[in-house]
Design a protein around this ligand. Structure first.
Ligand SMILES: *Cc1c(COP(=O)(O)O)cnc(C)c1O
Length: 391
């Protein structure tokens, strides 16, 4: 069919530059080992931090909900698509997060979009970390509010932006809780103090901290002992929680406002019963199976230490997201391909996702990995690292 030649040209350019990527389908369930291209490999690229994508309790809850309530809801939440289980789960989430209320969106992406596009007007300003997630950036693109970008985790830069923002009705500081490409944690204590000094609201996107940081995986706000001082906490149900969805944990006022004005909430169909039931069961797992988070962090320490001992540069990571710095884009992809050959699936991340020359193999260990699997992965890293003269 004619008409897409201008798109094909761009794709061809990407192929020439080596930035064109094929999707890589898994031929098995997600897990510490997966089957890809017929090969059984150790998975180091998922966000399945706690291994919950196939937790028996959650699968059982999903199956039961499907039997009783069907596979879909047939409506958006605001018309006929709210089931009692949706609201029950939101009350449970709010209690878990120690907030007044919570509201679930279709995904973490739409949660950020829904909030940022609806709560600010041209009387307001949003002040955002330069490395915030794409969904925050897109949310900001949809608001009429003024925008200011501060240097990554740089509190001098944030204070400058806050100082310039005194004339606006509302100042909203927004940050990722954990940054997804480097695995560093936002300096939330300092951000909260600055925001309080300049009378600003704070929004934290805890996509990579939900289920990972804080008591029972409550996130960065709880991790830093800042309960009650952060206005808007966003979380995802798609990463450590192992299912799908996003949520905002905040006040009853914000919840009610978003029900009326949050466009993805208003105009996109609600989660199927299986999704909500599995998410609900995941909170019980977080509360009752604390050993999963302990194991996640234990594995993280083991793997980071192993990489450091071999002389790899793992950047500024403080979480289970461990980037192994390679540098050159083509070399990064080659490293990933060689790892696959050695039985390890760990994707390379290059420009434009990270700056030019900062190509890396981004790894995430999970609670499901055994020490033997991690040692096997470390051995593969050593072999490939030496072969390509990275170490
Ligand atoms: C992954 C991610 C999201 C999107 O979450 P989904 O539930 O997958 O849509 C939002 N924010 C950050 C910081 C993320 O890392």
């Amino acid at each position: 069919m004619k008409g897409f030649e201008y798109l094909q040209t761009q794709l061809d350019d990407m192929k020439k530059e080596g930035t064109f990527r094929e999707l890589i389908p898994l031929e098995s369930a997600q897990g510490s080992r997966v089957t890809i291209k017929g090969k059984n490999v150790i998975q180091l690229s998922s966000n399945n931090y706690l291994g919950l994508t196939s937790h028996p309790r959650m699968k059982e809850a999903a199956n039961k909900a499907t039997e009783e309530f069907g596979v879909g809801t047939g409506s958006v939440r605001t018309i006929a698509g709210t089931l009692t289980m949706h609201e029950r789960f939101e009350r449970k989430l709010a209690e878990f997060k120690h907030t007044e209320a919570a509201l679930v969106f279709q995904s973490g992406f739409t949660t950020n979009q829904g909030i940022l596009s609806s709560i600010l007007t041209d009387e307001d300003v949003v002040i955002s970390d330069e490395l915030n997630h794409a969904s925050i950036i897109d949310g900001i693109r949809l608001t009429k509010a003024a925008r200011k970008i501060y240097k990554h985790t740089d509190m001098t830069s944030l204070e400058e932006k806050l100082k310039e923002s005194g004339d606006y009705r509302t100042r909203l500081v927004v940050t990722d809780g954990v940054f997804s490409m480097d695995g560093n944690i936002a300096p939330l204590q300092d951000i909260v103090e600055l925001a309080e000094k300049y009378d600003a609201l704070i929004m934290v996107d805890d996509a990579h901290a939900s289920g990972v940081l804080g008591d029972n995986g409550r996130g960065t706000v709880n991790h830093f002992g800042l309960d009650g001082r952060v206005h808007i906490q966003v979380g995802t149900l798609s990463k450590a929680i192992g299912v799908l969805g996003g949520y905002v944990a905040s006040t009853q006022t914000l919840r009610e406002y978003l029900i009326h004005k949050g466009r993805p909430f208003l105009f996109s169909t609600s989660h199927p019963p299986a999704v909500t039931a599995a998410n609900d069961a995941a909170i019980d797992v977080l509360l009752e199976e604390e050993h999963l988070i302990t194991k996640l962090w234990d594995n993280t320490t083991f793997f980071k230490q192993g990489l450091a001992d071999m002389g790899f540069d793992t950047g500024i990571s403080e979480t289970p997201i461990t980037p192994v710095m390679i540098g050159d884009d083509a070399m990064t992809h080659q490293f990933s391909d060689e790892l696959f050959h050695e039985g390890v699936f760990a994707q390379g991340i290059v420009f434009p996702t990270v700056p030019k020359g900062k190509g890396r193999i981004r790894t995430i260990v999970t609670a499901e990995h055994s020490k033997e699997e991690l040692q096997e992965a470390l051995n593969a890293f050593e072999k490939v690292g030496k072969k390509l003269s990275v170490i």
